[in-house]
Write a protein that binds this ligand. Structure first.
Ligand code: PMP
Length: 468
């Protein structure tokens, strides 16, 4: 076995790093760098910090991947995982079989969820939850005798996952690679982000344009063919894009008017990142028909996703089921995995006991305010965010408007952050931040100080003509 003390920089040059370079194709890997021994191999973690294979510590300002919410090393979650694994590690969830943690978690989620989202279909991750939600929308209309109602509305800059349909729903132009995508019945509306700092139009005007655009697309396709609209309340991976006030209610209303199901993708915004278990109702005033969650559901300690379904939809699926074969033919071997569900229950207990959502409501505005101080850097075009999801958008000084979304600048800032013991996520010209929700004001100060320094160093490089 490779030596787990393998190191990125010392003489032994890490067996682990070399082995990884030789054998692993990482999700979202840069193919031009495949095989280069450059991976950061994270071996340990506690609180808000992780430790790499050479023993270096980093403050994790990306929360794993938006998902580590209660922080690392939580004994309650680890104990729940161990206890469930010993008691009953797995059994099939198919048909009329369940397991106790999944059943209990479904009731717990129903109690936390908005409106009448009382029925839960478990999946394995966010992508499978998104796929399942769209299939449920299709089944719902088929059950009502409208099988032609199957078109799906998404948005430019959305991210909904990496399986075939979820990737097709995702609307980030730069990610549209040589893979194939479903385009016959997937439509992308305009990116809904609105930033009052950089926009040349008022929020009201932008809202009007977005709503008119959506109405136009529905009319062009024909409302009788549109099944659902899928939307992250705040677009996460697309660049932490916050829609103008009123957008959520207005799009919800359009869906109601045209008999289109509203799917809220709360894979990132759910479980506390915006200060509430779910953001849809409390923050944005809407009750969706279907709600998709994953990530923070288990604080990232176990893979798990879920679709929350309104009673209205669930009842209709039953009433309109095919009498010849009344089967809900969707689900996965690991749907509602007992160890993952037990972890989620322990996670929710910790969140409630420690009032993690209240803590986010307390430190979230401080996080955004402090990050906004970075706008004085000439290489910062914008700072956007809401509570504990944020991004710093970089620009080449002197250029008007945002730098075309190229990677080099944010990557350089990221590299300097990493050198100083901070992990941010570079994406195109953005540094994305989504720290664990237990972050303190002192941690936030450390993040901002390191970022400020990294931005200054990247700026010096630019001015000296070094890279970027
Ligand atoms: N929806 C959103 C909003 C996401 O950000 C992601 C993942 N980043 C997904 C869906 C897909 O989740 P997963 O990676 O667990 O499949």
């Amino acid at each position: 076995l490779p030596d787990v003390t393998g190191n990125r920089s010392d003489g032994r040059k890490g067996d682990l790093v070399a082995t990884d370079a030789r054998h692993v194709l990482h999700p979202w890997a840069d193919l031009s760098a495949l095989g280069r021994p450059e991976s950061l191999i994270v071996c340990e973690a506690d609180g808000v910090e992780v430790v790499d294979s050479s023993g270096r510590r980093y403050l994790d300002a990306i929360g794993g991947m938006w998902c580590v919410t209660v922080g690392y090393g939580r004994r309650e979650l680890v104990d729940a995982m161990r206890a469930q694994a010993q008691k009953m590690p797995y059994f099939t969830p198919f048909g009329d079989i369940s397991n106790a943690p999944a059943t209990e978690l479904a009731a717990t989620l129903a109690a936390l969820a908005p409106g009448d989202l009382n029925r839960v279909h478990f999946t394995t991750c966010g992508s499978t939850a998104v796929e399942s939600a769209v299939r449920i929308a299709h089944l719902y209309f088929a059950s009502r005798g409208m099988p032609e109602k199957r078109h799906v509305l998404s948005r430019v800059d959305a991210y909904h996952g990496s399986t075939f349909l979820a990737a097709s729903l995702s609307g980030k132009e730069a990610d549209r690679t040589r893979f194939q995508y479903e385009s016959r019945w997937v439509h992308h509306l305009a990116s809904p982000g609105y930033d009052p700092d950089t926009s040349s139009v008022s929020a009201d005007q932008r809202l009007r344009e977005l709503v008119e655009g959506m109405k136009r697309t529905i009319t062009e396709i024909g409302p009788e063919k549109v099944a659902c609209f899928i939307a992250e309340p705040i677009l996460a991976s697309g660049g932490v894009l916050v829609p103008p006030p009123g957008y959520h209610e207005a799009t919800r209303e359009l869906c109601r008017r045209y008999d289109i199901l509203y799917i809220s993708d709360e894979v990132v915004s759910g479980f506390g990142r915006l200060g509430h278990f779910f953001a849809s109702e409390v923050r944005f005033g809407i009750v969706p028909d279907l709600l998709v969650t994953a990530k923070g559901l288990t604080s990232g300690y176990q893979p798990l996703g879920a679709v929350l379904i309104s009673d209205r939809i669930a009842d209709s699926l039953v009433a309109g089921a095919d009498p010849a074969k009344p089967v809900f033919s969707n689900g996965f071997t690991y749907s509602g995995h007992p160890v993952a569900c037990a972890t989620a229950l322990a996670n929710i207990d910790v969140m409630e006991r420690d009032d993690i959502c209240g803590h986010v409501r307390d430190v979230g505005p401080y996080f955004i305010d402090r990050l906004r101080e970075l706008r004085t850097s000439p290489i910062v075009y914008a700072v956007r965010g809401d509570h504990l999801m944020a991004c710093v958008e970089c620009q080449v000084p002197g250029e008007v408007g945002p730098t075309p979304r190229n990677q080099a600048l944010a990557q350089r800032v990221d590299a300097y952050c990493e050198e100083a013991g901070l992990l941010v996520r570079p994406y195109e010209n953005l540094c994305i931040l989504s720290p664990p929700l237990v972050i303190t004001r002192a941690d936030i100060d450390r993040i901002v100080n390191i970022l400020a320094d990294a931005l200054a160093r990247a700026e010096q490089d630019l001015r000296a003509g070094r890279g970027c």
